[in-house]
Design a binder for this molecule. Structure first.
Ligand code: NAD
Length: 475
């Protein structure tokens, strides 16, 4: 695929092209993409600003119809998009198609939101007056997205922004621009007018400040240090910022857990999608009564996973997404060993690195919450088990972490589940199900420094994508 920017309704590509490599087969170039310049960014901002008044006042039925059409196209092309996703990012084909279907559902959901989104009418405190509260588009939105959900995350930002009457510039990850290009094609085909949706490719560092300066709002999903940087960039202009950042998510297994449920939820939550999920479990906290039985079963399950080419139907775990991530994973593994953690399974490349970034699912035992392995986000198929005395200690260890995005527990006790729901510091809590189960019709996100500036998805999205206006009317 030869990539281009999409600005003011036309496709552009100037300058040198940068290749993207298939992480399952390092000999395969998936596509070539240009790097957006400051001039491209400025042009996209001008185009978006020009398109804003028309889109903000557009007929909501037509807006809803366009979003629904994009959802329909994503469904119809889910195998094509899922295959590209698998080649670009390394998710298995089933995971790639599943993510594309999720993106379609997000467009369908926000098509409905366009029509459902309410205002309020109030009696005034003054006789003969009333008060109207309206939720107006925030304006020009810039969305900066990561490589790990290259179609779903752009979908939930673009669909929400457009539904509430905003215009948008999408800057997808430089590692996975192909899915965003397909999305741009579908938006154009659905009739979204020129300038309402714009696409800029390449590394965000080159154009970040210009985009932040020119936008009314910036929604960012990515690493916590990058999020901090964007917040600093936004300070002088006070540009509205929403950040969805890293997680160091705990999964607790209590003595009273159903062993089958606990092993399945821990394994899926930790190694599903090669562990490259902000909601993935990276710390598995186990009470001592069930420890031996649980660890024994978990190690057997994990070491049996088939790791391989993302498009091989037998593959359960695809490759690590890129060379930098593989190096990062290997660094964590080496330092965990040096810190005294016991390698229970994995820790090595499954095939020669020249063919693909195939890292065996890795589990360390005898870890504690002070080790780097349990404090910093790995964002790969690597996790540590922490043995604790009881539920009180499990909660204390789970809470002892800044990146509180998601948090799970396996227990058959309703009392324990409810106590955990109340005491967890995470934005998402799961009981007897993996930490990584995200649904688009309910709020998603964690508190700072895992998230900042309001939740995404569901009706909570409106808080970020709209500005409230309160009007007092003397009639
Ligand atoms: P990253 O922060 O390296 O990059 C994300 C995006 O930011 C890319 O598009 C990149 O080009 C851009 N960028 C980088 N520096 C920039 C700058 N100075 N100005 C403007 N843009 C800039 O993150 P990544 O490696 O792509 O993604 C992995 C991270 O994303 C993990 O930490 C993961 O936890 C997080 N993540 C969070 C969520 C969530 O919803 N909380 C979801 C998925 C991923």
């Amino acid at each position: 695929m030869r990539g281009r920017h999409y600005i003011a309704g036309s496709w552009r590509a100037d300058g040198a092209l940068i290749p993207t490599i298939n992480p399952s087969d390092l000999d395969e170039t998936v596509g070539e993409y240009p790097q957006a310049s400051l001039a491209d960014a400025e042009e996209a901002l001008v185009a978006a600003r020009k398109a804003l008044p028309g889109w903000a006042r557009s007929n909501i039925q037509q807006r809803a119809d366009m979003l629904r059409k994009v959802g329909d196209m994503l469904l119809a092309r889910s195998t094509e998009v899922g295959t590209l996703l698998a080649r670009e990012e390394g998710k298995t084909l089933a995971e790639g198609v599943g993510e594309t279907i999720r993106a379609a559902q997000v467009f369908h959901y926000f098509a409905g939101e366009t029509l459902r989104h309410p205002g309020q009418w109030h009696e005034s405190l003054r006789a003969g007056h009333n008060v109207i509260v309206s939720y107006e588009p925030v304006g020009v939105v810039v969305a900066i997205t990561p490589w790990n959900f290259p179609i779903a995350i752009p979908a939930w930002k673009v669909a929400a922004a457009l539904a509430y009457g905003n215009v948008i510039i999408l800057k997808p990850s430089e590692y996975t621009p192909g899915c965003a290009i397909l999305l741009a094609e579908m938006l154009a085909e659905a009739g979204v007018p020129a300038g309402v949706f714009n696409l800029l490719l390449g590394d965000g560092r080159a154009i970040g400040q210009t985009l932040v300066d020119g936008a009314d709002a910036v929604t960012f999903t990515g690493a916590t240090p990058t999020g901090r940087r964007i917040l600093q960039m936004a300070a002088p202009t006070m540009t509205k910022v929403q950040l969805e950042l890293g997680g160091k998510n705990p999964f607790i297994v209590l003595d009273d857990a159903d062993l089958d449920v606990a092993v399945e939820a821990a394994a899926q939550g930790t190694w599903g999608q090669t562990g490259q999920r902000c909601t993935g479990s990276e710390r598995i906290i186990v009470t001592k009564g069930i420890y031996d039985a649980f660890v024994d079963r978990l190690v057997k399950t994990v070491s049996g996973y088939r790791v391989g080419h993302a498009l091989d139907a037998a593959t359960q775990i695809g490759p690590v997404a890129n060379a930098a991530q593989l190096d990062k994973n290997m660094g964590f593994i080496q330092r965990a060993k040096a810190d005294g953690a016991e390698l229970a399974t994995g820790g090595h490349l499954v095939e020669a690195r020249t063919r693909g970034h195939f890292l065996a699912p890795t589990l360390f035992l005898n870890t504690d919450n002070a080790m780097e392995l349990n404090r910093e986000e790995v964002f790969g198929p690597v996790a540590g088990v922490i043995k604790v005395e009881d539920f009180d200690e499990a909660i204390a260890v789970a809470r002892d972490c800044e990146l509180a995005l998601s948090s799970g527990i396996a227990t058959t006790s309703l009392k324990h589940a409810e106590r955990y729901r109340r005491e967890s510091t995470a934005g998402l809590v799961t009981v007897n199900t993996p930490t990584a189960g995200v649904e688009y019709h309910v709020p998603f996100g964690g508190r700072a420094p895992s998230g900042f500036g309001g939740r995404e998805q569901g009706t909570a999205s409106a808080e970020f994508y709209t500005e409230i206006k309160t009007a007092y009317i003397n009639h």
